[in-house]
Ligand binder design. Structure first.
Ligand SMILES: Cc1ncc(COP(=O)(O)O)c(C=O)c1O
Length: 382
């Protein structure tokens, strides 16, 4: 079925290479057991090695100093929630985001505002969707404890100047959490170069199995964070009166894990590195450039006009058709896109916008597919 389909919903979930599927199956066929340090038998030891190979691969991919700085979560959402629940923020503390965040970097802060009385503030982006550094500087003050911002937007593909944002956040002694869900899979991201304190992303958006995310943290920040879900595997010892938590990442990874998916991390990262993240980034921009050239007279593109600034995201509106109608029409021609607000509801609500149809490209998409996509609008709109 997949071979008939042009798949342009990569910002949500990517397809999986054979190597990843094979690694997942191998877990079930050869060592379908509990991993980590709990069981000491030989099958468990094989699995333990596979998990740590995945951790090492992610650590190298994002330039972490040590693999112990890589915490496995369910997804980006869980990684952000771990930070929201674990930092101990309360009254008098401000969390600052942009006004164009995915709900996963909005909802946890609203819940924390209602529960703990934090202040939740947003930096207004420019009308074309690009980040406004001046607005950011004006929003910063001593009460900001955490700057939590998107790196590349799932709405329009723009990328924030993360390094400068981090420097300014640190001038105010605030921590900097970067949402890398749409950057880590698509371009080189180096946590030491960007000097982020925390980075969240999802492995299922980068060729990996579904149900695995990552929270990277600087050592001292991971030490400060309390676990979101603690229990078996997250403590060194416990009595009825006290517990001794493990060091990171163990203290965050309580309970049996998504082992089959963890086994698929290394092959996914190897695949990305073999192709090369610079080349992936460039390929997506070229596809976006082609889509823009072919369609700019027929559709209204969301975000800056220059495709270089929109990475692999081509999100658009058509005056005479609703975003879901377009999605259905495209699907009838075997092209999978996504219509709606793309989990960026507040941005749409404040602008009175109903949403867009998003084509999001990845390394396996081709110019022929983009031409087929554009041709449909020629046929539809003349
Ligand atoms: C920018 C961004 N952040 C966070 C998320 C949430 O990712 P997940 O659903 O894997 O938690 C997404 C998902 O599309 C995203 O695009």
């Amino acid at each position: 079925m997949l071979d008939k389909i042009t798949y342009f919903d990569n910002a949500c979930m990517t397809l999986k290479p054979y190597q990843v599927i094979e690694a997942v199956n191998e877990y079930y066929e050869k060592y379908p057991v509990c991993g980590g340090s709990r069981s000491q038998h030989r099958l468990s030891n094989i699995l333990g090695r596979k998990i740590e190979e995945g951790r090492e691969a992610i650590s190298e991919l994002i330039g972490a100093e040590r693999k112990e700085q890589i915490v496995f979560t369910k997804n980006t959402t869980e990684a952000v929630n771990l930070v929201a629940k674990g930092l101990g923020l309360g009254k008098g503390d401000t969390v600052l985001t942009t006004d164009k965040e995915h709900n996963s970097n909005t909802v946890p802060w609203i819940l924390l505002r209602d529960d703990k009385g934090i202040k939740f503030d947003q930096v207004k982006t420019n009308d074309d969707g690009t980040f406004n550094l001046e607005n950011f500087k004006e929003s910063m003050n001593q009460s900001v404890e955490l700057v939590s911002m998107i790196h590349t937007s799932n709405l329009d593909g723009t990328t924030t100047p993360a390094k400068e944002i981090g420097e300014i956040a640190h001038d105010y002694d605030a921590l900097f959490l970067l949402d890398g869900a749409q950057s880590v899979p698509h371009k080189p991201v180096d946590v030491q170069d960007l000097d982020v304190d925390l980075l969240a992303f999802s492995v299922h958006k980068m060729l990996g199995p579904t149900g695995v995310g990552v929270l990277y943290g600087k050592e001292e920040v991971l030490e400060r964070l309390t676990p979101l879900s603690a229990g078996g595997g997250s403590v060194k010892d416990s009595t009825y009166d006290s517990i001794t938590l493990k060091d990171a990442p163990g203290k965050f990874e309580g309970g049996l894990q998504n082992y089959s998916a963890l086994c698929g991390i290394k092959p996914a990262v190897d695949y990305l590195l073999d192709v090369g993240l610079e080349d992936i980034e460039q390929h997506e921009i070229e596809l976006n450039r082609l889509a823009t050239e072919l369609l700019e007279d027929k559709v209204e593109v969301i975000g800056p006009h220059d495709p270089e600034k929109r990475s692999g995201i081509f999100n658009f509106r058509v005056k005479v058709l609703g975003c879901h109608e377009i999605t259905v029409l495209l699907e009838e021609q075997d092209i999978i896109t996504r219509g709606g607000m793309h989990c960026v509801h507040p941005w749409h609500r404040t602008r009175g916008e109903l949403g867009g149809t998003r084509a999001s490209f990845y390394l396996y998409n081709t110019e022929e597919e983009v031409k087929k996509f554009a041709q449909i609008f020629d046929d539809l709109l003349g």
